[in-house]
Design a protein around this ligand. Structure first.
Ligand code: HIF
Length: 287
């Protein structure tokens, strides 16, 4: 067991578990990034509910949300790390793992601060339906991310995370990866979104998505969600898509800031960075 507060030791153990030859594309990285984002992305700024505090996905009410299908894999990957460092909260572990995974897959360093609680505050529980629906258009994407407090530029920067991983027909109904090198963080997502000719298709399960096929039709099919294509086709979003397609450094910088902000939603800190709303939660329960 590591010394409480030794986040470096936790980081090292997260790095060690990323290589998973038997799982998916051989890496736990993408699904860990998704776990971190879904833990935080339920936040509603107006009512100050949802967010990563509480690690609510451990329980059926949030964990069983169809939007979170598949994320049990990410939580299971992290169990040995929790066992080796029992002092870390799940809420901290899940958010840290996402940031470490981005960095290890070649992305930017994301500023991450500890202090989240595993107390579940009943008054802060998010209702289901707060996470975005990939079949929708730009107005839906804006509604979801404005609710969390993001602007148009930050939304597009965040969406570059779809450079990682893939869709699974048994989880979301969508199918396939956004890019070829799907465990390497880069701005390829934006280059492909802006540069390729995408075709709308209906999958055998009735789900509609956009695909690109090489002329020979042999190489693996790449895909885009309707919400991804919405970024290309919206007059404001598309300016940022082009900027990030052209300038990888700018994308890395903006992504790191936006993702760090996402991880902090619902967490308040004092001047020294200590969390002020994680302890002594009234009416909550602890795992
Ligand atoms: Fe995703 N996202 N996301 N996403 N996402 C999926 C997979 C990943 C949306 C829908 C989906 C973000 C925003 C949005 C990752 C990271 C981020 C899947 C496929 C869907 C449907 C799930 C599956 O079938 O396994 C929508 C509608 C979003 C709003 C536009 C974030 C910015 C891009 C916030 C973000 O960081 C990652 C990583 C994956 C890959 C997971 C995997 O298991 O490989």
């Amino acid at each position: 067991m590591s010394k409480p507060g030794n986040y470096e030791a936790v980081r090292k153990d997260i790095v060690k578990l990323l290589h998973q030859p038997e799982y998916d594309d051989g890496s736990a990285g993408p699904v860990l990034v998704r776990l971190a984002w879904h833990s935080a992305g339920t936040y509603d700024a107006e009512t100050d509910t949802g967010g990563s505090n509480g690690a609510g996905m451990r329980y059926e009410r949030e964990g069983g949300d169809p939007a979170n299908a598949g994320l049990q894999h990410a939580r299971v990957f992290l169990e040995p790390v929790k066992a080796a460092h029992p002092w870390i909260t799940y809420a901290d572990l899940w958010t840290l793992a996402g940031c470490v995974a981005v960095r290890e897959m070649g992305g930017p360093e994301i500023r991450w601060l500890p202090g989240r609680t595993d107390y579940v505050d009943d008054s802060k529980l998010p209702p289901r339906g707060r996470l975005p629906d990939g079949s929708k258009a730009a107005d839906h994407v804006r509604a979801v991310f404005y609710r969390m407090g993001f602007n148009d530029q930050e939304i597009v920067a965040l969406c570059g995370a779809h450079n990682l991983g893939r869709c699974h027909s048994d989880r979301s109904g969508f199918d396939g990866p956004w890019v070829n090198n799907l465990t390497r963080f880069s701005n390829q997502y934006f280059r492909l979104l802006a540069g390729l000719e995408w075709k709308l298709v209906t999958l055998p399960n009735g789900v509609k998505q956009w695909v690109y096929e090489d002329e020979d039709g042999i190489s693996e099919r790449l895909m885009m969600l309707p919400t991804d294509i919405a970024l290309r086709d919206d007059p404001v979003f598309c300016e940022w898509v082009d900027s990030y397609a052209e300038d990888k450094e700018l994308f890395f910088e903006d992504f790191a800031k936006a993702f760090a902000k996402l991880m902090e939603l619902g967490i308040t800190r004092d001047a020294r960075g200590r969390v002020t709303n994680a302890d002594n939660v009234k009416g909550g329960y602890h795992s």
